[in-house]
Design a protein around this ligand. Structure first.
Ligand SMILES: [Ca+2]
Length: 77
């Protein structure tokens, strides 16, 4: 991940209201199909396709990074 993208993700995570972070966490939990606390590229891609979303691989990666960032920050509290 490049520095610019990292910075964007950090800003997004820092500015999300708590409810939104909760919502993202719920989504994360649903998508974490093997419940190992981590969301893999394949899990996210599979879930998006399940709901009929045809998303290109780089976009899946971007979504994964965006979803992960707030979760990882939460886990450091
Ligand atoms: Ca998983």
């Amino acid at each position: 991940m490049n520095k610019f993208k990292k910075k964007i993700l950090r800003v997004v995570a820092d500015n999300l209201p708590d409810e939104q972070v909760d919502h993202i966490k719920e989504m994360f939990d649903v998508m974490d199909t093997n419940n190992n606390g981590d969301l893999t590229f394949e899990e996210l891609k599979h879930d998006l396709h399940k709901y009929g979303q045809q998303v290109a691989d780089p976009d899946v990666q971007m979504l994964m990074d965006a979803a992960r960032s707030p979760i990882q920050q939460l886990s450091t509290f």
